[in-house]
Write a protein of this length. Structure first.
Length: 170
């Protein structure tokens, strides 16, 4: 009986080892990595508002004066945008309202707003499908940086994707 069990165990181990090592694969083939580089598809990020594409997200996505420049896969920027008291805007992605960013998405630690917008940290907490507009209360220029893959959450529900740098008019 012991001999039969031992023979069965040896046969099973032999078949198992043959199956693992037998397909003609070398160690290099089994553990090789894809050497093709991975590139994140560019996003269309734009500003839309009272004087930017007249609140039409599709129009802002094709208007060069509204579209952010892609600096790399995790940073988009629009620079020296003139703003005036009474202007309102949001940042959108993909030419639709589906991906919108506003007051709730400001990275307050890195932004220099200097009295540019109505409100302060914590004033607005709209949901992701209806962000609060930036409401401009001083003339000047603004540079906005958008980080689509920012996983920091300094506040409950805040994605902190926008860094806003405001320069007041002289």
């Amino acid at each position: 009986m012991f001999k039969k069990v031992l023979t069965l165990v040896v046969a099973t181990l032999t078949l198992g080892l043959a199956a693992c090592g037998g397909g003609g694969n070398s160690d290099d083939d089994m553990f090789s990595q894809n050497s093709d580089s991975f590139e994140v598809a560019p996003l269309t990020v734009s500003i839309v508002g009272s004087k930017w594409a007249n609140w039409d997200p599709a129009a802002s996505a094709v208007d060069e004066s509204c579209v952010f420049t892609r600096l790399d896969s995790s940073l988009y920027r629009i620079e020296d945008v003139e703003v005036a008291t009474g202007d309102e805007f949001k940042v959108i992605q993909g030419g639709s309202w589906a991906e919108q960013y506003g007051f709730e998405d400001i990275n307050w630690d890195d932004s220099q707003i200097n009295g540019m917008i109505e409100g302060k940290l914590g004033d607005h907490t709209e949901g992701t499908n209806s962000r609060t507009n930036f409401k401009i209360v001083a003339d000047g220029t603004v540079t906005i940086e958008f980080r689509p893959y920012n996983f920091e959450t300094p506040l409950e529900g805040c994605s902190a994707k926008l860094t806003v740098l405001f320069t007041p008019a002289a």
